[in-house]
Every structure is written in structure tokens, then in C-alpha cells.
Ligand binder design. Structure first.
Ligand SMILES: CC(C)(COP(=O)(O)OP(=O)(O)OC[C@H]1O[C@@H](n2cnc3c(N)ncnc32)[C@H](O)[C@@H]1OP(=O)(O)O)[C@@H](O)C(=O)NCCC(=O)NCCS
Length: 135
């Protein structure tokens, strides 16, 4: 959490990144407490080079906010972060993991194809906003 402000600014600078209320300070605190020690922040000296949020619900693994700074792309940092998540899921006994990606994020999709993830055309995503009084 001590990196939160810096990481949030980094995410805001990354094309293809979808930020929401789940990425608020409180949201991130909850997420990291539920999935302790799984998410990664890569630094080059003091500078953020990449991030990944890694968590599971006991059934499936989910990777969010995979991002590599433009100066650090193409040197397998993204793949290294993903491989680390897969290892984390393996240790937790999780057999399958998923990512969500905006349908128009062509370059992001090329990355996932390059690292041999299966592109699914047999599922689509439905979402529901949960209302809170006074929110
Ligand atoms: C997608 C992203 C994380 C890739 O990070 P990266 O560190 O540059 O990727 P890597 O160097 O690990 O590349 C791994 C493989 O993917 C390929 N790849 C990566 N980006 C690619 C692209 N835009 N188009 C085609 N191939 C790509 C690499 O060539 C490499 O393939 P190889 O093993 O055959 O050589 C980075 O471009 C990024 O942060 N994009 C913006 C955020 C985003 O879209 N995130 C994904 C959405 S979940």
C-alpha cells in the first residue's frame, strides 16, 4: 500500500488500462489483504517498470492491471510478471486463470497470444453494479 499513489499515477499513464472504484485506496487495500504477497511491482532503481495484480477466489485465478512502462517493453518483463502469477496460482492449487481485456486493445491481445494464452470466443462477460445507499 505504501506504493499506492505512485502506482495509481503509473496506471493512469498506461494506454489500455481500465481504472474504476475497485482501484481506490480502500479497494486496493481490500484486494491486497485478500490476496497477500501475490501481486508484483517491478522497479528499475526508483522508477516503476511494471505491475501486475494477481489473485484467486479459491477456484480460478485472475490477473489484472498487467502493465509495463513504455521504456521497458519488449524485454520480457510482461511475460516474467505473468509467469510469476502462474507460479503463484500453481502453489495455491489453482488449475486455470483468466484475464479481462478491452476488445479494442489489439496490442494487448497480441501479447496474450504471444505468451500462448487461449483466446476465448465461447464466453462473454456480463456485469452488474451493486448499489449502496449514500454512495
Ligand atoms: C502488454 C504489455 C504488458 C506487454 O509487456 P512487454 O513486457 O512489452 O511484453 P514481453 O516483452 O514480455 O513480450 C512477451 C511476448 O509478447 C510479444 N508482444 C508483446 N507485446 C506485443 C505487441 N504489442 N504486439 C505483438 N507482440 C507483442 C513479444 O514479442 C513477446 O513475444 P516472443 O516471446 O515471441 O518474443 C505492455 O505492452 C503493456 O503494458 N501494454 C499496456 C497495458 C496493457 O494493454 N496490458 C494488457 C491488458 S491486460
Amino acid at each position: 500500500m505504501e506504493d499506492y499513489d505512485e502506482v495509481y499515477s503509473f496506471w493512469q499513464s498506461v494506454e489500455g488500462m481500465g481504472l474504476s472504484s475497485a482501484d481506490s485506496r480502500e479497494g486496493m487495500q481490500t484486494y491486497l489483504e485478500r490476496n497477500p504477497g501475490m501481486s508484483l511491482l517491478a522497479r528499475d532503481g526508483g522508477k516503476i517498470a511494471g505491475t501486475v495484480l494477481c489473485g484467486h477466489d479459491g477456484r480460478r485465478g485472475y490477473i489484472h492491471h498487467l502493465a509495463v512502462g513504455e521504456a521497458y517493453r519488449g524485454i520480457k518483463l510482461g511475460k516474467t510478471l505473468v509467469d510469476s502469477c502462474i507460479e503463484t496460482f500453481r502453489k495455491a492449487g489453482i488449475h486455470k486463470c483468466h484475464i479481462f481485456i478491452f476488445i479494442d486493445n489489439e496490442s494487448g491481445k497480441e501479447f496474450w497470444r504471444s505468451v500462448d494464452w487461449e483466446e476465448r470466443n465461447d464466453v462473454c462477460l456480463f456485469s452488474h453494479d451493486i448499489d449502496y445507499p449514500n454512495y
